[in-house]
Design a binder for this molecule. Sequence first.
Ligand code: RB5
Length: 146
Amino acid sequence: MKIALGCDHGGLEHKNAISEYLQQNGFEVTDFGIYELQSVDYPDIASKVCESIQKNECQLGILVCGTGIGMSIAANKHKGIRAAAVSEHFSAKYTRLHNNSNVLCLGGRVIGVGTALELVDLFINTEFEGGRHQNRVNKITEIENK
Ligand code: RB5
């Protein structure tokens, strides 16, 4: 599985730690930046990560901004992207199990790096449950296609 990463200036430290953690655990990572501290517009980075998933170059994405919220709003404007802004363990797991989320959004000013790594771990190691949840996800896709 290849994982796309991106952040703005609110999430650089977290994104770099996540990149290192994933690679140490055998995952392939595509890092869409930023790479040094500079002020950027989070929708630009969200688009790079989401487009790599739309093209199936990457299968999951992780975006970090100050709150995780701006990234999730921008990411969810992309067809086929189900992004969740998460700051605790239960949601990190259930957004994969029930929503088949393909992008995890984290807040670098909300949670510490240690928590971020635990949430990433849960997110990437949990499989979609399917069943009745598939029907619900299909309905989200129907809304998207209207
Ligand atoms: C940037 O200052 C901040 O607005 C951004 O990182 C994010 O929190 C937006 O949702």
